[in-house]
Design a protein around this ligand. Sequence first.
Ligand code: ZN
Length: 592
Amino acid sequence: MPIFDAGLILRIQQSNDIVDVIGEHLALKRKGREMIGLCPFHEDHRPSFNVNPSKQIFKCFACGAGGDVVKFIQMRENLSFPQALHRLADRAGIKVEPLRPKKSNIEHQESGIEVDPNAIARANAWAAKYFAVNLAHPEIGKAARKYVAERQLSDESVKNWQIGLAVGTSNDLLAAARQKKIPDKLLMAAGLIVGSGLSLSDKFVNRLMFTIADPTGKIIAFGGRTLTGEGAKYINSPTTALFDKSNALFGLDQARHKIVSSDVAVVVEGYTDCIMSHQFGVSNVVATLGTSFTSGHARILRRYAKKVVLLFDSDTAGLEAANRALQVALSSRIDIGIASVPQGKDPCDFLLAKGKEPFEKLITQATDVFAFKWDRLKASLGSQPTIAGKKQAVEEYLDAIAAAINAGNVSPIERGLIVNNLSRIMSLDTKEINRELIHRTGRVKTASSYTASADASHTPLDTGVGLSAIAQSEILEVLLAHPSMFDDAKDKISPDDFDVPAFRQVAQAVFTTLAGQPRAALQIICSAVEDPRIAGLMTTLEHEGSNKGNYSKRLIDALAALQQAKNQKNRASKEDLIRDISKQDRRNIGLI
Ligand SMILES: [Zn+2]
């Protein structure tokens, strides 16, 4: 049962202008009729990435990535085709049937209500408004507003970050929600209430409420800071269908544009640290939610930035944190810098005391995590550079790196880069380091051991060799660049005539789309395929086709060549058949 029919896909595609959407992820500059930028899908040093506003297509001329707006989101956010469609439908405010996991009828009846992530998000949005109204209330919000003022959070920040208040009665939100006919089960699924049966109560009581959103701004959870000193200082929403704290970052929705344009993401530890950074105009800052920085966080930030700076309160920045960060840096293949705020302050205090420039200086002067670990180790071994001391430091350091490498599926190329880096930091010969590392990590892992789904989209497609493959590619080039030629081809061949699998997939999309919609643009044909690699191939073929022109003659020649190749194949298989039969005959003769 397809949730997305072709009409809906087109509506979603057309409601999300590709320049706007891509512009939210990378800096684009106008060049003639196109927009160009640095490709986010390969290590790009000159702008190879083109966005064509009139065709609504993107194309990288270096790595071959290409397609429509849906393919971009699929690749960029590492989403499936339906997930990317959902994301873009949300962005454009188009209502789509929820993606439901298949459930048996019994389960369905037992749960009573579908725990639909979109419904949870709506309940959260309602709760955020409710909390905000509480905080603004002249009487109810008075004490909390005093706290906010003491922390020097501006009115604008309170509004931008949807800060609110959970009041002191334990069923306040529950009662308000019931009045609004919001089902208890939904509040439970959203983590807004706790308990069971008749003893239900609010999860957050007497707390200043911080709203946690996903990168698109959808509210996925809350964090609450105690206003009375009772209980934990901070509590978060529990894990729900929308929220997992080890994979969520506070403030990413507000920070991601600046993260993309600066290529650096700064990670702090607290809500107010993050909000205060933005309040001071440093807006590439996000916060972890009471957990240390994980590889899940790194994977998310890698979509937006090349480098992450972890900014610790000085008392927590230690070797412990550096060790974990080292492991994350290696396993997530992202540069990590470590910085700490001096004199036992947290970033929020530091900003208020010193201002923006010194804060930015802390960030730009962050130490690469490898060097950080090495420096700390040397320091801990004392200032006397004895040979024994140095040897111990080297051993301990390489042990830590080896453990991180073993945990992180590091390819030989990356390993080479790491060794060069270590050689520079430790002033030791690369050969020596390599020998020591190999000794510690056991067998060198091959590059193929890293097969994250995001990277599968980068493995090149096999487009075949020989005359038949060239003919297939020519035909598709012509049809994609000049769809009106379809009339000259449709009766002569079918997608089954394309025996190169990648070309056959392109042909299937071309033939079905153009049969129903003659002269459909590339963007529309593109929406008929789910695999971004096939879309990339399509955009390459279309580009080649437009450059070569001469459509009619090329189509005729290619059709003839393909026909010839087909005849040859038929002949060959007939000969094979005859040979087989005659072999059998011989056997038969032998039997007789
Ligand atoms: Zn590229």
